[in-house]
Design a binder for this molecule. Structure first.
Ligand code: ZN
Length: 243
């Protein structure tokens, strides 16, 4: 397993720790734990109190270098004077906060009423950015749940919070929908789970082929939604026509 990695990787000398960037320190912990740290992975457990603000300062400095290399006069141009800091803040504390923040606390309740009817939640607004270009992805998400007597019940707003946590990372839509399905499955343990995500990818409308009307639709069907075509049809039929 992952713990067998040599501890020499974790250990840094005192002088090294004092000079190294905070990102390097966090990265060393992630690597020592043998964890993946792709763009859409959460690394909150490896960040110690205070380090997120230090990381914000580090990213601000690096982003300033990007603006310098773009030959933008951030000293004279008051519009861009604080842009490096604003972008760093936006990435770390807003649009990509799902990488750096622990999962939202969700209370699961036993299914006391023994609900076993199809439940649909949506549309949940999808706000993300593609891993390839860091361009926005905006769209809608629908969640269908088929509970059984062992399914945990969570409040309707909690689906939105879980979705936001997964989507506020650089994402690939087809990976995002699977990550979210795994999370909801794990938290609620339903008989069946169905997710449909429909989004506009700004890397196709703002740049590239500049096709402003094209949308990407992904679906994930699990459990009874896979086995039972009637249930699947019922779920799809209940979605608004222009979902
Ligand atoms: Zn893209």
């Amino acid at each position: 397993m992952t713990q067998s990695k040599p501890t020499t990787i974790i250990a840094a000398t005192a002088s090294q720790a004092a000079t190294e960037a905070v990102s390097a320190r966090i990265r060393r912990r992630v690597e020592a734990a043998g964890q993946r740290f792709s763009a859409n992975d959460n690394i909150a457990e490896f960040i110690e109190p205070g380090e997120l603000d230090a990381l914000l300062e580090e990213v601000t400095g690096k982003m300033q270098h990007v603006l310098d290399s773009l030959v933008i006069d951030t000293e004279q141009d008051h519009n861009t004077a604080q842009t490096a800091h604003r972008i760093a803040r936006m990435y770390l504390k807003e649009v990509f906060e799902g990488r750096y923040k622990a999962a939202p606390p969700i209370t699961e309740f036993p299914n006391a009423e023994q609900l076993n009817e199809l439940m649909i939640v949506g549309p949940i607004t999808v706000r993300s950015a593609c891993s390839h270009h860091f361009c926005p992805i905006m769209g809608n998400l629908w969640v269908g749940v088929m509970p059984n007597e062992h399914t945990n019940v969570i409040g309707l707003s909690k689906y939105e919070r879980l979705a936001r946590w997964i989507m506020s990372r650089p994402q690939i839509q087809e990976e995002a929908i699977v990550q979210l399905a795994d999370l909801i499955q794990h938290k609620t343990k339903p008989d069946g789970l169905a997710l449909i995500m429909k989004s506009t990818h700004f890397c196709m409308s703002w740049r590239g082929v500049k096709d402003k009307d094209s949308k990407m639709i992904n679906s994930v069907m699990r459990g009874v939604f896979l086995k039972d075509a009637t249930l699947r049809r019922e779920f799809l039929a209940l979605l608004p026509r222009e979902y």
